[in-house]
Every structure is written in C-alpha cells, then in structure tokens.
Design a protein around this ligand. Structure first.
Ligand code: SF4
Ligand code: SF4
Length: 404
C-alpha cells in the first residue's frame, strides 16, 4: 500500500476549483469545507509540509467522508480522494497509541461476535413476532430518535420475502460464492434468491470459510486489520479458484482492492477475478407477477450497473429517480460516527423516491438497504402503508418475478 507521501503530487494537483463541493453528499449536508476533498487536501498538505500535526481532530475530519467516490468521478484533475484518505488514516493508525478499550472496540473479534449473536437475536425477534408489534405502533416509534433506531432494526427483521430456500443440487460449473457477512448472518434470503435465479445457468455456488470482506476496516484506515482479513479470505482460495461471484456491490469492490494490499505467495492466490451476479443474469428475462413501479438505488461502489435488468422486467415500470446513483448516506462506520449527517443525507435521498410514488426501491448492497430505510423513516412516511418497499434486487427477482 502507498503511504501518504507517495500521494503528495496528487494532493498538489488539486487546483482548489471547488467543483467537488457540488457533488459531495457530506458537504451538501454540512456546508463544512473540511468535509469535502478540497478541504481535506488543504489539511493533508499542512501535514506533509510539517505545518500541522496529525491530531485526533484531523482524523475526525478525514472520517467525515462516506467514501462515495463522487468527487473522484467529478474532479477535473482526476484525483482519487478515497485512496488518499485511506493512506492518510492508515498512517494515523500506525503512529498513534490506542488504549486497550479502543483496540477492543475496533477489533475484528468484537465485530464478528456482534454479527454472530445478531443471527439468533433476529431469529428470536421474528419468533416472538416483535416485528408485528413494532409494525402496529409505527406512528409512535417514528416520533423519537430511539424509536426511529428501533424502526431501522425492525426494517431488517421485515426483510423476509417469499423466496424458496430449497438447496438446489446442480451438476454444472462450480464457482466460488462470497456471500458477505450481512447476508450470512442477518439476511440469508439473498443467498437463497441468488441460488434460485442462478439455477437456470447451471452454476453451482461453492462457499468457503470467508470472513467479512473488511470494507469498514479499509474505510476507517485500519489497514493492518484489513490486510489480516484479506489474507484470511485469499488463503481460502485454491489455485483453481479464479472466479469469485458476489451479489454485494461493496464486497465486490473490496475484494477487487485486495490486490493493492496483499502480495501473492504459495498460500495466497491473487489470480482471481470477481463477477457480480447481475452480470451473469443480464440476458435473463423476468416478468413481475403484479404490475408495479420500480426505482433503483445504485450503490457508490457498483461497477456493473444493473438498471438494464430492471428496465427489462416485464409487467413493471422502471422509474428513473433523480440521484438514483448518489450516496445513500449509510456507509458503515460513517453512520455510527456521524449519525446526524448520515440521517440528513439518507432523508434527502429518500424524498426523491417518495416524490415519484414508486412501489419498490431495489439495490444490491445490504448497507444501502439500511441507508434507504433510515432515509424513509426520517421522512416520517413509515406509518404509511403505501410507502416504497426497499429490497435487494435478487430477492425481488426471485420472489416477485417469474423467469420467462
Ligand atoms: S474537484 Fe478536484 S481539483 Fe477541484 S477542488 Fe475538488 S479535489 Fe480539488
Ligand atoms: S468520497 Fe464522497 S463523501 Fe468523501 S469527500 Fe468525496 S464526494 Fe465527499
């Protein structure tokens, strides 16, 4: 991985034109110049010249970024801001002492423990039908901050649709499947849906003992922890495993970035490509069981656009919503560190969907489902039965459509 010094020229290339301000969701929500890449480059320049020390406060400003890449795609100088922020934050991690508590809170051990217990917790929540109870009192929960957080957790429990979970035994091609931690522990329906759809192609998804892809560690700049996760995941691949299929946009882009952080060795196979499920089903034809209006949210790290799949669903109307490809505001740790900004971005995004009166909002990243749900909750539309249903694209195709 390159260090901050190696990006000196890139940082210098910033002409301070301020064009990035017009696309940065965090700047739009805060009007804080330190939030956008231009302002962050000013600070990093100061660090490189020795005029500023890399304080906790400065790290906080660097964290004030969803990593959406909007500024990269818009910047006339073509600067990859997210990469530079990660390099800078990783230096902060390397050069600062952390207390035992801080180390524990950011450890993969704690993260995986939370994921592990969330599975039985959600099962119990559903078994006790608490989702039905919360649903009955939407209007009450909507009124308080804590109530709206409960609604967000409840929205995860409500992500249950009529997908067959029959394990298909296919005698076709075996391909490695990276299901992602969210799907593995919280919403296994996505895997069921993907298997159900890919059944048609004769593709047999093979699972390995993967950990989480590590995206939140990478975004936080905790590169050491990220590299450990990457090494673990890559060591699960055999030399013949040259293709990994995933249904999550963020997992795919993170798996792709492993090659920038890990070196190939006897036990590490870097000779692999990743492919999104949407690429595999681009030529399928789907027909919605009921007529509906569908909008999409394209995750920031989605490199294989899936709009054409939605556009081609028969008996459904694709509604192009303004800013369908803008950040949902969730972005993992960002929503924990800056909840107010995160909610503001999500709410403004959700309003576009409400204005267009759509039945479904489809996306391909579990974190974006949370961003969209929290946005809808913030608009106060949750007790409205006609509000849009946020759903994973593949779950929608497997439960609401026929393959024709
Ligand atoms: S758009 Fe690019 S060059 Fe212009 S201020 Fe932002 S980072 Fe700098
Ligand atoms: S990556 Fe997104 S959130 Fe971060 S500075 Fe660029 S536009 Fe703003």
């Amino acid at each position: 991985m390159d260090n901050l010094k190696s990006y000196e020229e890139d940082i210098y290339k910033c002409s301070r034109c301020a064009l990035c301000q017009s696309v940065c969701p965090v700047y739009k929500a805060t009007l804080n110049e330190c939030a956008v890449s231009k302002g962050k480059f000013n600070m990093l320049n100061g660090i490189l010249k020795g005029e500023l020390s890399f304080s906790k406060r400065l790290k906080k400003y660097l964290d004030m970024c969803t990593g959406c890449n909007a500024c990269k795609n818009f910047c006339p100088s073509g600067i990859d801001a997210r990469k530079i922020f990660i390099a800078a934050k990783s230096e902060y991690y390397a050069n600062h002492r952390f207390s035992i508590l801080e180390k524990f809170l950011s450890s993969y051990f704690l993260f995986s423990f939370i994921l592990l217990i969330s599975k039985p917790c959600f099962a119990l929540y559903r078994f006790l039908r608490l989702n039905k109870v919360v649903t009955l009192f939407f209007a009450v929960f909507e009124k308080t901050f804590l109530g709206r957080k409960i609604l967000l957790i409840n929205s995860l429990a409500l992500q249950r649709f009529n997908v067959s979970n029959k394990k298909h035994k296919i005698s076709g091609k075996n391909v490695v499947y990276f299901e992602g931690c969210f799907n593995k522990y919280i919403n296994p329906q996505t895997e069921d849906a993907v298997r159900c759809i890919l059944n048609k192609s004769g593709i047999n998804l093979v699972k390995k003992k993967f950990k989480c892809c590590g995206v939140s560690y990478l975004s936080d700049g905790n590169v050491r922890e990220f590299e450990k996760i990457a090494v673990h995941n890559l060591s699960q691949l055999s030399n013949d495993d040259n293709l990994i299929i995933t249904d999550c946009a963020s997992c795919k882009s993170t798996l792709d970035s492993y090659k920038d952080y890990v070196t190939a060795s006897d036990s590490i196979n870097l000779n692999f490509e990743t492919q999104s499920v949407s690429d595999l089903i681009r030529n399928y034809r789907f027909k919605s069981k009921n007529h509906c209006r569908i909008a999409v949210h394209i995750p920031c790290h989605e490199d294989t656009k899936f709009v054409d799949i939605v556009e081609n669903i028969e008996n459904a109307e694709y509604v192009k919503v303004e800013a369908e490809d803008s950040c949902c505001g969730f972005s993992g740790l960002f929503s924990v560190k800056f909840p107010e900004i995160s909610l503001k971005i999500s709410k403004s995004k959700a309003q576009h969907y409400l204005e267009n009166n759509v039945d479904f909002i489809l996306t391909t990243c579990p974190a974006c489902i949370l961003g969209l749900e929290q946005g809808l909750i913030e608009t106060g539309c949750y007790s409205n039965k006609n509000r849009p249903v946020v759903m994973n694209l593949y779950v929608f195709l497997a439960s609401y459509c026929d393959i024709i």
